[in-house]
Structure formats: structure tokens, C-alpha cells
Design a protein around this ligand. Sequence first.
Ligand code: GAP
Length: 461
Amino acid sequence: MAKELDVMDKIVSLCKRRGFVFPGSEIYGGFAGTYDLGHYGVMLRRNIVDCWVNAMTRDHDNIAQLDSSIFTAGKVWIASGHVGGFSDPLVVCKNCHGKHRADHLLEFVGVTADEKMSEKEINKLFDAHRNELHCPTCGEKNFGPVVAKNLLATSSLGMFEEGDEQVYLRGETAQGIYINYKNVLDSGAYHLPFGIAQVGKAFRNEISPRQFLFRKREFEQMEMQYFVDPKEALKIYEDWKRERLEYYDRLGIKKENLRFKQHENLVFYAKDAWDIQYNFPFGWSELEGIHYRGNYDLSQHQKFSGIDLSYYNDDTKERFIPHVIETSVGVDRTMLMVLADAYCEDEMNGDKRVVMKFDPQVAPIKIAVFPLLRNKPELVARAREVYTGLKKEFGAVMFDDNGNIGKRYRRQDEIGTPFCVTVDFDSLEKGDVTVRDRDTGKQERVAMSDFALYFTGKLKS
Ligand code: GAP
């Protein structure tokens, strides 16, 4: 993979040019921390989500799906600890009014701020290094005090009178799972251990959304909470860590770009926490968090709601509050990883090209079908027939007769289509076509009658 610093710029520009991702509210000058997905972005996202859902629910009979509301009773976020303890340390540059995270500025000069530090403690640390800290926007050394800024986004939904309970947009999908844990347990045939998996939007008032899809204010999470007997928790935690790393291998991500990192400082709810990090173009950073949350969340919701959330084990005759192993990854962050891992510049037949080497499972378009010439009705008609047949079988198939064959190949390379099928004059006589492989450029003749077998073998993993 090309690893220069400007790879991110190239990915951002390709995403816009080819209709994967557009900046949010662009015609109004943008809206920080938001991005909109174009046609191929929507398809890529859907494939990523499908892979995750399949890995959770097809590979595990004991994982249920859930789609909980974005809006919840305000008390959910008080009970979870997010209202009191979910904040990032904000500093504002007095010169240019740029807003930055104090811990990120300290990191630039090699100082680590513990996530558990109080506002007073981080101010002390910041003051000790004030002379070394420049504003990344204007270069001045003129910061105000550090303020703990809560990350929850507030809303006025359903609030009409002064004194109405404050409402929040969810800061993680996990809380929707905890407050439905009893519903799932009572309505399904589940016994410990069992999991609840959910994909959905989350919102955070990030101080400095950055690095494209990496840190957004509106983003999507794929989270699974696995409810376990505390006696089995540590073993199951290790199993999930191993399984989640193997999953990325199956998704076609290069092994050398993934690694584990244990958290040194644990957030308020965690007993142990590991990240799967990816080697993004800007360096190793968190892709997915795998957390051992103990019984913190269920205990808190039991306490605040007054509803018994304990579990009775019929075999051991024990009653306890289950512990939770969580796997949590962003859809957007996964998309950025998939884009970065696939991005490639190479030369084919003497021409430089950009090619997205997506694994076929996530490629937005699996096969593109071309008539050799667009002004020959008999070729176009046969190519349309081939296209319709393949579309029925494989779904994400595209008909392309725009520009010459070379241009069509470049376009399909940039959207990462694994196979291009060209219908030519021989096809009319012999009933075969040319199939071109995206990565090698190798072309072979394939009989139309063999398509189903040929592409099933290549596309389905
Ligand atoms: N329920 C646990 C939780 O939310 P987290 O580490 O704050 O933990 C989990 O977030 C995952 O969600 C991250 O590993 C990342 O993939 C994604 N994520 C978090 N904040 C994000 C943001 N601002 N933009 C995009 N993705 C984000």
C-alpha cells in the first residue's frame, strides 16, 4: 500500500470523484464532523455491515439482533455515567479561537494525559507544559484553561417546559442493548452466555472531528454485548479477542496492518480493554474496542430503574448480575480502513492507474459488463442480456458503455470492481466473453453458460 502522508488526501479526493463520500452540507460551506455517502459509499457500507452482522448472527446461534431508539429517557445516560463522566478536555486558543483537545496537544510533545484525570489535574499538567504547546491552527502559544467538555449531544425532543428532563442523542449504541437486555432474555430462548448485536447511529460532540471518516460527530457503530457468568468472563473475553482479529483476516484486511493494544488507562466502566488498531495512513490508531465491562452497566440500570436485572442460573441455583464482554467498532472507521487497505497505485500495460483492491465481499460492484462498441446494436443487445443474467445471480452488477474500453477499465478500477466482462463480435458467434481480472489485468475467455460456476467460485467466500 502506498504509505506517503498524502494518501489520505488521495483517498478523500477519490471518494468524492467517484461518488463514495461527500463532505456534509458542502454547498453551505460544510458542517464539521459530518459526511454524506454517495451511491458506491452506500453499497460499500452495506456490505461492511452485512459482513459484521453475518459474523455475529450467522456464526453464533446465541446472538440476537436489536434496533433500539436513538432517543431514550434522559435517565439512561445518567445511570450509564455518561452525563457525569463522558468528557474530553477542551482548550481554546485565545488568538484564533481554534478548539483543541488538551490531551492531543500534550501527546504532540510526548506527554500522556490519563483519561481518568480530573479537570483540575489535567489543568495542572497542561500548565506544566504550557510553554511547549503551540496552537496547531495559528502556531501561537496562548491557550485558555482546560475545560472538561461533555461529549453527549443534547436535544430538545419532547421537551416543552422548563424542568423537563434533558434529552440526549445516544453516545453509544450499547446503552440501548443494556436497557433491552431483560426484554431479549424474556422474549427469546436465551441462557447465558448470549449476546445482543446492534448496528446504529451514535452522536458525540467531538471537540476536533478529524481524519475524514475516522472521528466524526455523527457516526455509526456495530456493537455486540455478550452477557456471561462472571466465572467464565475472562476466558470468553480472550475468545472474543481472538475471534475479532480473525474476522478482519476474513474481511481481506492485510494482517501486517492490524495489531492489538491494551488500554493503559481504563474508562469509567471498564475492567479491562484492548483495541484492535489499524495502521491508518496517519499511523496506528484504534479501529475496534473489545472491553470487559464487568456488571457495571446492568448494575447501574438496575439501581436507577428499580427493575431487577439479575439472572437466575437453573443449573447452579445461583442468582447474579451478568458480566458483559463488548465488541465495538465504527462502520465509518471500518470503511476508512477498507478504503486505505484497498488503495493502490500501480502500472498496467504501461499506464499508471489507481485501483481499489477491495475484497469481493465488500466491493460495491462485483462485475461490470461492457459491449466492446456502444454503436453496434447487436453487441449492446447481447451485453444487456449478459448484464441482466449476471445481475439476477450476483446483484451488484453494472452496465457500462461510457467512453472507450480503456476508460471503462480505469473507472471500474477506481471503484474497485473485481471483474469486467466484455462482449465482442466473437461473443455473438461463440457464446463466450472476455473476463478481465482487476488486480492482475489478466484476461480470459469464459463461456456464458459457465458464468454461474465461474463467478460463484470467485466472488463468494
Ligand atoms: N460502547 C463502547 C464505545 O462506544 P468507544 O471506544 O468510545 O467505545 C467504539 O467507541 C468504537 O466506535 C471505536 O473503536 C470506533 O471504531 C468508533 N467510534 C468512536 N467514536 C467515533 C467517532 N467520533 N467517529 C467515528 N467512529 C467512532
